[in-house]
Design a protein around this ligand. Sequence first.
Ligand code: NAD
Length: 360
Amino acid sequence: PEAEDIPPESLREQYEHLVDEIRKHRTAYYQNDAPLVSDAEYDALYRRLEDLEALHPEIVSNDSPTQEVGGEASAAFAPVTHLARMYSLDDLFSIDELRAWYAKTSASIANIAPSAAEKGVRWLVEVKIDGLAVNLLYRDGKLVRAATRGDGTTGEDVTHNVMTIKDIPQQLAGSGWPSEVEVRGEIFMPSADFRTFNEQRVRDGLAPFANPRNSAAGSLRQKDPAETAKRPLSMFVHGIGAHTGLDAESQHATYDLLASWGLPTSPYTKIVDSLEGEGEGEGEGGSGKDGNGGILGFIEDNGNQRHDLVHEIDGIVIKVDSFALQRALGHTSRVPRWSAAYKYPPEEVHTRLLDIRVNV
Ligand code: NAD
């Protein structure tokens, strides 16, 4: 975008209006689990704010939504300070944006770690689970605390609620776990369960949830854990926070370790070595099923089958697999530089329930 000729007072006004609007939607989404607009509409507002700030860097305030992780903790739950900060992800809304991110990240790696770049970077691609982020703290193999992401520094204490979810071990299995480890992942409501659950709500005269994400968030964030226990919630873990020593050098090796301790890892992940894969005429022709399809092949395959997975997805997460490279690339105040989320174009959602009424 090009700088427009907006008078300074109306620019400031426009900016503040946009910030207020985004804050209002964040409260509805993160605290009330009841969004007022679709994710695509929210994303468009957020993108407008980013564009405005790019054109007029002098107006950016330190507490702009673009500078912080969205979702401050609600006062309804005790606050928990995460041992290591939790981050959001940069969104890529088109294949062109993905290509630009891939080129920029590859160039940074070539610059800071030329020998690693020469050997070839391994990229881990995963589906982006449409749930809510939770941080599990294990001490001596025992689950002692669970918290929502909140603003990334402070989350909400949902320990008792999380303890009712059968997928999440209260005692780690196997051996070799460190005395302290934070395990991060996404709590979600499986798509099939979401449909039955919402239909039952309608029969009970309750408003259905807008989508499985809000349903999972609303179900987890109940004041009474006995209520959460009745809700069909699951989890896949996709990262670690603070720990006292872990025998893994990469993201995918960490998943193997977490799985060996009985933690639920996603079946929908894959290592690839480039954006494009090997393409036509080589291997199986870039189908993505054989390691040849690259990041783009994974995006295409999962786009085609996105409604056949256990849970809803709203995109694909791309991660640099090596921990050494992750450390070298680092973070901004809001997101890691070694990962990004490609978002699929919004779909028209049509379910019988949504035609009736969309609410909490
Ligand atoms: P995000 O949801 O786009 O991405 C970051 C999150 O993705 C991480 O915190 C992580 O928990 C999650 N994630 C899922 N699968 C993952 C995987 N495999 N690996 C790593 N992380 C994974 O960013 P955000 O800051 O949480 O929120 C922004 C999103 O929330 C946008 O999609 C936006 O549309 C939506 N939102 C909507 C409204 C609304 O009013 N409709 C309001 C606020 C936010």
